[in-house]
Design a protein around this ligand. Structure first.
Ligand code: SF4
Length: 270
């Protein structure tokens, strides 16, 4: 993994994501190395020859930039983060996310954090000081072996669940982002129901669900991952690529039926 220190022009970048005004990404690149990562397009904004997932640029001036920028910026919803994981292992050393959150505690911005790392628990003290905040954990598969295969360097599933519980105990509003729902591995309705039961028991109030997007673009990486390990899964992925629309409709209707049995608030994003 190549780690480089670099500078950013702005800490807060206007976002086109619905319900989000600004994106805050303290790093470019991500050590979590998820096979399906959607943020790969960010490579074109770097000079790296390394593959996506093999480099991280640390925005060492982001704290100064945020301090300057925030006074001139209209308050809104800040998403931490949109094209990296702000709590990837490097954050333990650089603490850029923590220091940015500390600045945000003094201003009237809402903060929405989404991560796959329980390193966020280190910042409970700062999170408590932010007036309007929420923290979500991404879960892509209820099976921890599959999770490890697709997200080799992120926190384990159990650690994410434990972190959600801890956040809730500390009064931090939480949500779960169930996505991308991995074809073949995560779309079995019995295991989805078991996951929903667990979320309901944990009193998770809000769950977002999304299918796997850009699946064609991820064909090479997914094929490399599955070849030899699971020819059956590989055939299934190829089938989904050929019949993406039909697959999405099937998934959506099955999710709707499973969700009707549970009382948490759910939003299907496709
Ligand atoms: S955690 Fe997010 S940004 Fe990081 S590799 Fe995984 S999908 Fe990409």
């Amino acid at each position: 993994m190549k780690i480089t220190k670099g500078k950013c022009k702005n800490a807060l970048v206007k976002s086109r994501i619905e319900g989000v005004d600004y994106a805050l990404n303290p790093y470019t690149g991500c050590q979590h190395g998820c096979v399906y990562c959607y943020a790969e397009f960010m490579k074109k904004y770097t000079n790296h020859k390394e593959e996506w997932g093999e480099f991280v640029d640390v925005k060492i001036n982001i704290i100064d930039r945020l301090r300057e920028q925030i006074r001139k910026t209209k308050p809104g919803v800040v998403m931490v983060s949109t094209v990296t994981d702000a709590y990837q292992p490097l954050e333990e050393k650089y603490q850029l996310t923590r220091k940015c959150l500390e600045i945000l505690t003094n201003f009237d911005f809402s903060v929405s954090i989404q991560t796959k790392s329980d390193l966020i628990l280190r910042d409970l003290d700062v999170l408590k000081k932010i007036k309007d905040k929420e923290v979500g954990f991404t879960i892509t598969c209820p099976d921890s072996n599959v999770q490890k295969m697709f997200e080799p360097c992120a926190s384990t599933l159990e650690r994410r669940f434990e972190a959600l519980i801890k956040l809730k105990e500390n009064g931090i509003p939480t949500f779960v982002f169930f996505g991308p729902i991995l074809p073949f591995f995560s779309d079995n309705m019995n295991s989805i129901r078991l996951l929903f039961e667990r979320l309901q028991k944990m009193k998770i109030k809000k769950v977002y669900l999304d299918k796997m997007n850009y699946i064609k673009g991820k064909r090479k990486k997914i094929s490399t991952l599955l070849e030899g390990r699971s020819p059956q899964a590989l055939r299934f992925y190829e089938g989904v690529i050929d019949h993406e629309k039909r697959y999405s409709e099937w998934l959506k209707s099955n999710l709707a039926s499973a969700l009707s049995e549970f009382s948490f608030e759910a939003e299907v994003l496709f």
